[in-house]
Design a protein around this ligand. Structure first.
Ligand SMILES: CC(C)(COP(=O)(O)OP(=O)(O)OC[C@H]1O[C@@H](n2cnc3c(N)ncnc32)[C@H](O)[C@@H]1OP(=O)(O)O)[C@@H](O)C(=O)NCCC(=O)NCCS
Length: 343
């Protein structure tokens, strides 16, 4: 039997980006006492100078809502125009209902399709891939892709391997129909044999089953730093080059590079391995935002566009990678300048 319908496709692009960083700026000096470290060591190994932590009463959804509203307004829309929400996160502490439906309630639009995805620091790029396909196939018209994390809740401040890396924030994009192709093919995959390299342990189940056991603490990110570093440096550069090629670009014709903000040394090493010329503008938001996992790429995109408005509409290579280990990348056309509100 063949189904009887016509498959009408359109192009998609990122229409707008919005970001939210909690107001509390945390310098390295506030982290180092508990891990016997120094500001110099952290800056030299990661590039991080400061990061933002949300207060105890500021939730992941609070941050997501603020960035989503900015993205929606910049697209010249209201929340009612959004018909699907894809929420990438690893720090929403509920299995159900999803963070995406919680966000819908806040936005006052409870009818849109909504779901979460768990792909850690690649989550935002996974979301862009899905949103592109939803819009292209007209399953949805305007998709909000969220990346939001409150990693300060899941980082042990006494762990020398993680306490200085992870941070809080939220970033969102609206992806909608476009005349031209604004999102290139996604190159994605996993290195699942290395899944032990970044884990959240113990599980909530173990935590719940052992309330009195001091050895079973609250779930925190545990990371094998050198394994992750080597994987990112050696595996991601060829994937990023494949992503460029799939979009018909070369290092010479690319305009902007926005990799996951894991670590400045990883970013520098990718730039070198890919032989990106100096003309390519590279995001270094890690220095003042830390590693915010799924939020890092939209946060970095927003910061670059604020700092260099001339980059609106330019081609940008996005590459996310992290726990799984998983990765995803695509070349996108950066959003045009925000729609001005008429009075
Ligand atoms: C985490 C990371 C910065 C640690 O750096 P590293 O060089 O691998 O650190 P090591 O554990 O090998 O330790 C090297 C030295 O630094 C010391 N050290 C480790 N952590 C330290 C800290 N927080 N402060 C000061 N010194 C520290 C060690 O004691 C060791 O000292 P020694 O040489 O005298 O024995 C690095 O592995 C890294 O950047 N990994 C990738 C992490 C990442 O990007 N994660 C996100 C993925 S999405």
């Amino acid at each position: 039997m063949s189904l009887k319908f016509t498959q009408d496709v359109t192009n998609a692009r990122i229409l707008s980006v919005g970001a939210y960083r909690p107001p509390r700026v945390v310098p390295n000096s506030e982290i180092i006492q508990r891990i016997d470290s120094t500001d110099e060591w952290i800056q030299q190994r990661t590039g991080i100078q400061t990061r933002h932590f949300a207060d105890a009463d500021e939730s992941l959804i609070d941050m997501a809502e603020k960035s989503a509203l900015i993205a929606i307004e910049r697209a010249g829309m209201t929340a009612q125009d959004i018909d699907a929400v894809i929420f990438a996160t690893i720090s929403y502490p509920y299995q159900a209902p999803s963070a995406a439906t919680e966000l819908l309630v806040r936005l006052g639009n409870v009818k849109a399709a909504a779901f979460d995805i768990s792909a850690a620091c690649a989550g935002f790029c996974y979301g862009v891939a899905l949103a592109n396909d939803l819009v292209r196939n007209k399953t949805a018209k305007n998709v909000l892709v969220m990346g939001a994390e409150k990693l300060s809740d899941f980082t042990d401040p006494e762990d020398r391997a993680t306490a200085f890396i992870f941070a809080d924030g939220a970033g969102a994009v609206v992806i909608g129909p476009s005349q031209d192709i604004g999102i290139g093919p996604t190159v994605w995959g996993a290195s699942a044999e290395t899944r032990e390299a970044i884990v959240l342990e113990p599980s909530f189940l173990e935590f719940k089953k052992n309330p009195g056991n001091a050895d079973i603490g609250w779930p925190n990110i545990i990371q094998q730093g050198q394994t992750v570093f080597r994987w990112a440096v050696y595996e991601i550069a060829p994937i990023a080059l494949r992503t460029l090629e799939a979009a018909g670009l070369t290092p010479e014709t690319l305009e902007v590079f926005i990799p996951h903000q894991a670590n400045d040394r990883i970013i520098e090493s990718l730039v070198k391995s890919m032989k990106l010329p100096e003309s390519v503008v590279v995001a270094h938001d890690i220095r003042t935002s830390g590693n915010t996992s799924s939020a890092s790429i939209p946060l970095a995109m927003d910061a670059l566009l604020a700092e260099k408005p001339e980059l609106h509409g330019k081609s940008a290579l996005l590459v996310g990678f992290g726990a799984g280990l998983v990765y995803a990348g695509q070349v996108v056309e950066l959003p045009s300048r925000p729609v001005q509100k008429s009075n």
